[in-house]
Design a binder for this molecule. Structure first.
Ligand code: GLP
Length: 243
């Protein structure tokens, strides 16, 4: 059963996330956060950073695992997910960078990197709260339509639509957008104890309707949330408009 919360704006969604994470850190200082890139989680990270600062929350033991990374992109590239997570989460929250992991998109080791990443998550005893955005085609992480609902972390090809959507981060030039990625699988994501998916704007309305009310199918990877015992979807009215 998926819990749906309709909010006025991204800040309201962000404060729900921030309060749940702050509560988690209070009860489990070395908790494991599942982190996502994209624009949807940004307000949530900002709200959490504000709460951490105002309530002097000790985040020194917090651990984290990001969902995905582009393949073959230098981790120091400003649009790599390693750089993005550092800029949007690690630095504003003051997390220990050593405790925050991003899949390794280096092409020479990528074949084994997925299995190693899943093992590292398991050794950390799993993710407590996983934040998720959603692609316009229903993808989560970079699990594009057709991805196995039982998949683990692995290399994937990006669809043309996702490369078009993400060209805005690469000078609006699709040719600069990598063609492949490494992403946590849907099976990996479903192992997190609580999933919080955020979506805003009418462009996400169809994907949200499929996710919450459609049949569970690899054609809409996010519909796998219906299989999860504790999934929360937080949307604004525009993203909820097809529900
Ligand atoms: C990328 C990321 C996804 C994210 C999606 C949506 O494809 N790999 O994790 O959910 O973008 O991004 P946005 O939140 O900017 O719409």
């Amino acid at each position: 059963m998926t819990e749906v919360i309709i909010v006025k704006n991204q800040d309201d969604a962000g404060s729900i996330y921030a309060q749940r994470v702050a509560q988690l850190i209070g009860s489990k200082p070395d908790c494991v956060l599942g982190l996502a890139t994209g624009s949807s989680p940004l307000a949530a990270y900002r709200q959490l950073a504000a709460l951490v600062a105002s309530d002097s929350i000790d985040v020194s033991k917090v651990r984290g695992f990001a969902l995905d990374e582009y393949a073959g992109l230098d981790p120091n590239h400003p649009q790599s997910y390693k750089s993005t997570i550092n800029r949007t989460v690690v630095e504003p929250l003051g997390l220990d960078p050593e405790k925050i992991h991003v899949p390794n998109g280096n092409l020479s080791t990528i074949a084994e990197a997925g299995h190693a990443y899943d093992k590292a998550i398991e050794e950390a005893r799993g993710v407590d709260i996983q934040i998720l955005g959603i692609g316009t085609d229903g993808h989560i992480g970079f699990n594009e339509p057709g991805s196995s609902l039982a998949s683990g972390t692995r290399i994937k090809t990006l669809t043309e639509q996702t490369r078009i959507d993400n060209a805005r981060f690469f000078d609006d030039d699709i040719n600069q957008v990598p063609t492949h990625c490494i992403t946590q699988g849907i099976g990996t994501i479903l192992k997190a104890r609580h999933l919080i998916l955020l979506a805003f704007g009418s462009g996400k309305a169809e994907a949200i309707a499929e996710t919450v009310e459609g049949g569970i199918s690899s054609f809409c990877p996010a519909s796998a949330l219906q299989l999860h015992p504790h999934a929360t979807v937080i949307v604004d009215e525009a993203a909820a408009s097809r529900l």
